[in-house]
Design a protein around this ligand. Structure first.
Ligand code: AMP
Length: 181
């Protein structure tokens, strides 16, 4: 049984900041260093599993690409299916598509049309919440397919970019915050 609760200061210390990536002025919060820590990664997954276990989640919708690592580790703990929300042109089957604006540029996200059934309870997962555009586009796709967005979970929130305000109508959860972005 999982009982660990994440210690935010421990997890925060394991997330590396790379200045000026992918373009000048962006402080990139890099979770690959958290992935490399066995205890930090276990704390991350345990904490999310403890929060969402027993809430009737039927589909975990993971956002490309770091969301895939979180989703793959978390889905078996929740006993739910894993759905991949991918960038344009990566999924082989018929897709629903949504365009959105990023903190740095524009992008497009797609989900297989048969991946979510009407009425299914969905948890959206990604590594980081910045402006909220990526998550909002993913929520829109889920809702267009008839799914219900039960919650959206992140490892990191960047409060200065106000994604939580943009996504105010959803239940939101994150483990750590970085101010000043
Ligand atoms: P947004 O749509 O603005 O909330 O951006 C969130 C998505 O972009 C997530 O998939 C993140 O992985 C990525 N992202 C945006 N800003 C950053 C950042 N400062 N550091 C790391 N990843 C970021």
């Amino acid at each position: 049984m999982l009982t660990t609760t994440a210690c935010p200061s421990t997890l925060k210390a394991l997330i590396r900041t790379i200045p000026d990536f992918p373009k000048p002025g962006i402080q990139f919060r890099d979770i690959t260093t958290l992935l490399e820590s066995p205890s930090g990664w276990k704390q991350t997954i345990d904490s999310l599993a403890n929060r969402y276990r027993g809430r009737g989640i039927q589909k975990l919708v993971a956002i490309e690409s770091r969301g895939f690592a979180l989703g793959g580790a978390l889905a078996p703990h929740l006993g739910c299916g894993l759905v991949l929300a991918r960038k344009k042109g990566k999924l082989p089957g018929k897709v629903v598509r949504q365009e959105y604006a990023l903190e740095y540029g524009h992008d497009c996200i797609e989900i297989h049309t048969d991946a979510i059934r009407r009425g299914e309870s969905c948890l959206i997962i990604d590594d980081l919440l910045a402006t909220g555009g990526t998550c909002q586009a993913t929520c829109s796709l889920v809702e267009r397919m008839g799914g219900r967005v039960t919650s959206c979970a992140f490892v990191v929130n960047l409060p200065d970019l106000k994604g939580s305000q943009r996504l105010a109508r959803y239940d939101l959860h994150w483990l750590v915050e970085f101010d000043g972005d």
